[in-house]
Structure formats: structure tokens, C-alpha cells
Ligand binder design. Structure first.
Ligand SMILES: *[C@@H]1O[C@H](CO)[C@@H](O)[C@H](O)[C@H]1NC(C)=O
Ligand SMILES: *[C@@H]1O[C@H](CO)[C@@H](O)[C@H](O)[C@H]1NC(C)=O
Length: 435
């Protein structure tokens, strides 16, 4: 009877249908809304630069101390690094000026290896040791001058302590074996001064290790010395001390010898991939593979003349290539800022690292070409975790060698002869090396 009344009354029927629809809506819509809150806190897109707040970004190679020598003659009392050097009357005209405190902050640097470098062509067999000491001194003084920004570090733990204090961990490196003047005593004292890696050569051969330009000479000299017998002692003494061995700048043969003889993982502080761009400063694939097997790290150089292109895209191609050869556990960054006179578009100075991390996370080059994006884990390793792992392993091996005696061997006179540098007028008591 009731149903019949409704069905026979169109108005009433419409009202009833509406009521049912409204009731259903009142129940279902709130559930749907709650659900959408549940599974979608609108997934915030991961930006690569976030990683730099999570782990320290550790750059392997910055030549600011050499710029300070060139521009200021190492006189820093009146020099202000906490200023925009792009507007400084003198520094603004210097092509190789890519670093100041405002830009370091923007670049979210967590740790920097500052390089005590002096030119080998001027100083080898002359005043290399004294000149290197001056660069170590100016580096220590610039670190002390900005205690709110820099924190001196000489260990992996020291890097993390600085990072938690939101300061830039500042480490010291020596670039070029010419700086030890073929004396293990000097190497040991460099360690005591805080030097935590030494590049075995710069562009000059030393009596005990060939530099990379030898690989460019055609034909390659038949008498490659590679790492000499005494050079092996340098390697072992560095292992014993806990100083990282840097094989950027050395010849291919020396890379192979060092990878064979070092008891600890080794680093390339600023080198890129030879397969992507053929340059003697870049690392060949077989060396990259061996480096990975030996748990080392290659910190990629941004210099356009080594990278073979002048944009951030070109640098990313090197990173991606190395990732395919070594895996993601053996890559880092060594921008070479202040050591070069040109830098890539997009990586002009130390303020630009965050952009690189964003691009790697996105997996898109500026040209629009895509690549496998780097995950958060990948980027944490690239930023700093890989270098920290290598550093800790070098420290662990040092601790295991506490009972080993220092290597005392003098470089044999024959090694000076073979290198054609016996009878150097600037060196005294060469007879000491004859036995
Ligand atoms: C430095 O930069 C200026 C202006 O860009 C250029 O003319 C000069 O060649 C550069 N010098 C070096 C050594 O690259
Ligand atoms: C030096 O290294 C090169 C490349 O690995 C090798 O072919 C050559 O035999 C080595 N020379 C010596 C003297 O060990």
C-alpha cells in the first residue's frame, strides 16, 4: 500500500530517490576523503640536494691555498674569505677563483680536502719542501681564521664531528710527490702536520714515480719506470702512517703498480673517465675495475679539458660511466675548483653542487636526454659515504700496522741516475745515497 502510493506519485518517487542518493553520498564521500589522506600525503618529490643535509658532501680537491699564494702571496691577515670575491677588485679578475665562504655555504659543502700544492717545474730538487710547508701553514691559518665556519679535521670521525656542528670539515692534502724531496722523513712529518692524502706526482716525474704526461708522449718511452722499488716503500710507509694514497696525475703504469702493492684502498682525488674522454689525466676502465675490487674511490674532476665538454651534462656522463664500471660504491667528487681556469656551465663554482645532486636524482640532462636516476642511497654514497668508508679502512689498516717499524731506506743513488737527476746542484750529500 505504502509502496504503491509512492510508485503512483512521481513527485514523491523523485524525492525518495534523491534522499537515498544523498544518504549514500553522506556515507561514501567522507570515507573516500579519509582514504585519500591515508595513502597519499601527496608524495613530496625527492630532490637530490636533500641528501646534503643527511650526509657530509666531501670534495676531494680544492686549490684555494694555491690561489691565496698566487694572489695574496700567502699574506692573509687582511684577506677576507667571508666576502663575495666575485666583486673583489683583484680576485674578480682571477679566472681560477671559484671559492669563498658565501659560495661554500650555498654549495652545502660538508668537508673539503684543501690542497697544499706548489709547482713541480719550479721547485723539484730545489725548495719544494719549504714551499709545501708554507702552503700547509697558510691552509692551517685560514682554517683557524674562520672558526665558526671551518673545523680542522684529520680523521673520518673528525669529518662527522664537524658535520654535526654544521661546520665545514677542513682537511689537508699534499699534491705531488716532488714535495717530499725523495725523503721518507718528510713524508712522516707531513703526516704529523695533518696531511691525510698525498698525490704521488703532479705533472713532473719524480725519481720514483712517473707522471701521466708520459702516456701522451709518442712513442711512449720504452723505459717506463712506473713505480720504482723505493716508490713501493713510499706506498708502504703511507699505508703504515694512515695517509691515503692519491693516484690522480700518475701514469697508467704507476696506477697499476700502486693498485697491486698498496695494502689499503687508494683514491683518485680529482680524475674522470678515459672511456668518456681520452685524456691521460683520466682513468681507464681496467683501472676503474681494479679500483673497485680494491675498494677504492675515484672522485670525479669537473675541468672541461679533462671532461671533454663544457657543461654539467658532460660531467654527469663521466659519473654515469664510472657507475657502470665500478658500481656506485666507488665514486665521489673532486671538483678541482681554484685549480683550473675554466669550469663547466652549470658547475661554475663551489656554490653549484646542489644543482648537480638535483639533476642526478631527476635523471635528466639539460639536453632532455634521460639516464637511470640516482637513488637517495646512491647520492649519499657519492656525496660522502664512499670517501668515509675508504678513509676508515685506511685508518683501520694503519691501526693494524702499529707494530711495523718505519721504513728507513734512503732512495738509492741509482734511482736518481736512472731518472737523470743525479748530481743536482741543489741537493747536498748525494753520496749518502750510495751504499
Ligand atoms: C681568463 O679569462 C679571460 C676572460 O674570460 C680570458 O680572456 C683569458 O684568456 C682567461 N685566461 C686563462 C688563463 O684562461
Ligand atoms: C710499466 O707499466 C706498463 C703498463 O702497465 C708495463 O707495460 C711495463 O712493463 C711496466 N714497466 C716496468 C719496468 O715494470
Amino acid at each position: 500500500m505504502f509502496l504503491q502510493t509512492i510508485l503512483s506519485n512521481k513527485k514523491l518517487l523523485t524525492a525518495c530517490v534523491l534522499a537515498v542518493v544523498i544518504t549514500i553520498c553522506a556515507i561514501v564521500v567522507p570515507i573516500a576523503v579519509v582514504n585519500s589522506y591515508d595513502d597519499a600525503p601527496a608524495p613530496k618529490k625527492f630532490t637530490g640536494r636533500e641528501v646534503l643535509d643527511e650526509v657530509p658532501l666531501i670534495d676531494g680537491h680544492n686549490d684555494l691555498p694555491f690561489s691565496i699564494y698566487l694572489v695574496e702571496r700567502n699574506l692573509i691577515n687582511r684577506f677576507n674569505l667571508d666576502s663575495n670575491l666575485k666583486e673583489h677588485p683583484v680576485w674578480s679578475a682571477v679566472n681560477s677563483s671559484h671559492t669563498d665562504l658565501p659560495r661554500l655555504r650555498q654549495g652545502k659543502l660538508g668537508a673539503q680536502f684543501w690542497v697544499a700544492y706548489i709547482r713541480c717545474a719550479d721547485t723539484q730538487y730545489k725548495d719544494a719542501v719549504a714551499r709545501t710547508l708554507e702552503q700547509i701553514d697558510v691552509t692551517k691559518r685560514i682554517i683557524k681564521k674562520y672558526p665558526n665556519d671551518f673545523k680542522y679535521a684529520d680523521s673520518a670521525d673528525g669529518i662527522m664531528e664537524a658535520f654535526w656542528e654544521k661546520k665545514l670539515a677542513s682537511l689537508i692534502a699534499v699534491e705531488g710527490g716532488h714535495s717530499i724531496d725523495s725523503r721518507l722523513a718528510v713524508l712522516r712529518l707531513f703526516y704529523e702536520l695533518g696531511v691525510r692524502y698525498m698525490t704521488l706526482t703532479h705533472s713532473c716525474n719524480t725519481p720514483w714515480a712517473d707522471a701521466s704526461p708520459i702516456d701522451e708522449v709518442t712513442p711512449v718511452p720504452s723505459q717506463l719506470n712506473n713505480l720504482s722499488a723505493w716508490g713501493r716503500h713510499v706506498i708502504w710507509e703511507m699505508n703504515r702512517l694512515g695517509m691515503m694514497i692519491d693516484i690522480s696525475h700518475v701514469s697508467y703504469g704507476v696506477m697499476r703498480d700502486v693498485l697491486q702493492h698498496s695494502r689499503a684502498p687508494v683514491i683518485f682525488s680529482h680524475s674522470s673517465a678515459h672511456t668518456v674522454f681520452e685524456h691521460h689525466r683520466n682513468v681507464q676502465d681496467d683501472i676503474l675495475s681494479e679500483l673497485g675490487r680494491k675498494r677504492g674511490i675515484v672522485m670525479v674532476n669537473f675541468y672541461p679539458l679533462f671532461v671533454g665538454g663544457n657543461t654539467i651534462d658532460d660531467v654527469i656522463k663521466h659519473l654515469n660511466h664510472i657507475r657502470t664500471i665500478t658500481g656506485v660504491d666507488h665514486i665521489g667528487l673532486g671538483g678541482d675548483y681554484n685549480g683550473v681556469s675554466v669550469t663547466p656551465e652549470g658547475l661554475e663554482d663551489v656554490s653549484k653542487y646542489p644543482d648537480l645532486f638535483d639533476m642526478l636524482a631527476n635523471g635528466v640532462l639539460r639536453t632532455g636526454e634521460t639516464f637511470d636516476p640516482w637513488t637517495r642511497d646512491d647520492l649519499q654514497k657519492l656525496a660522502g659515504l664512499n670517501l668515509l668508508r675508504v678513509f676508515r679502512e685506511v685508518e683501520r689498516i694503519r691501526d693494524g700496522l702499529v707494530d711495523e717499524e718505519p721504513f728507513e731506506d734512503l732512495i738509492p743513488y741509482e734511482e736518481f741516475e736512472r731518472a737523470n737527476v743525479a748530481d743536482q746542484p741543489c741537493m747536498s750529500d748525494m753520496d749518502m745515497h750510495k751504499n
